[in-house]
Design a binder for this molecule. Structure first.
Ligand SMILES: [Fe+2]
Length: 229
């Protein structure tokens, strides 16, 4: 569920004003500069996430250029409006297909099942492919969703690993539209790749990993939910 609500706009991430957007863009540029140089990423969380992947191979300056610009403006060269979602604030990276290994624990909510979760869902990932989905009712529902509506590539990584950068998005809303942008958490997606054009699927299924620690090569980017670059 990615519904935009009045509360998100008036009490949550939608409160960000021009100065706040500039700060979010600055955080994005700083993280982007680290990702532009890094080969390996290591993501952990107190909820049990522990995964590594290769994030290299993107064009030079890809992340810092993309994140270091104010969104919703027109590209002077192409005349096209630039991207951006509201509430605003994330920095994502798509790993090289086949390189993600470890465990991701979605511990807040996900696109499906929507709303507040009782039990976390653990994805075991081997060589860029989800090989097991463990947990309770929610895990069963995630499996059913992928089997019913997905395709072969919906189980691949693919997707994106994205740190939220909007301090106005409150915790415990259990709404993806807001949780995805909440400062210091991660939306981790499987299925359709965000940037590389290699993993193609009818689905990208994303869930929330709370208070992540992200290390790119030897640089700590985010420490237990605090962005430190
Ligand atoms: Fe994203």
């Amino acid at each position: 569920m990615r519904m935009l609500t009045v509360e998100i706009l008036t009490e949550g991430g939608g409160r960000a004003r021009a100065d706040d957007i500039e700060e979010i863009v600055d955080i994005g540029r700083r993280i982007g500069e680290v990702y532009d140089k890094a080969k390996n990423i290591h993501i952990t969380s107190k909820g049990g996430t522990d995964i590594t992947a290769d994030i290299s191979g993107m064009p030079p300056g890809y992340h810092s250029n993309r994140r270091g610009q104010i969104p919703f403006t027109r590209n002077p060269e192409t005349g096209r409006l630039g991207g951006g979602t509201w509430p605003f604030g994330e920095v994502h990276v798509e790993p090289k297909p086949g390189t993600a290994n470890g465990v991701v624990v979605w511990d807040v909510t996900a696109h499906y099942p929507a709303g507040r979760w009782e039990e976390p869902v653990a994805l075991t990932i081997k060589d860029g492919r989800v090989t097991a989905i463990d947990g309770g009712t929610e895990a069963k529902e995630v499996r059913r969703y992928l089997e019913t509506y997905g395709d072969e590539s919906s189980w691949l990584v693919g997707g994106e690993m994205a740190i939220g950068t909007n301090r106005f998005c409150q915790p415990n809303t259990f709404m993806m539209r807001s949780e995805k942008k909440r400062y210091g958490q991660m939306h981790f997606g499987i299925g359709h790749g965000s940037d590389r054009g290699i993993v193609k699927s009818v689905l990208r299924h994303e869930g929330i990993v709370d208070r992540v620690t992200v290390v790119a090569d030897d640089t700590v980017v985010c420490d237990n939910g605090e962005i430190v670059v």
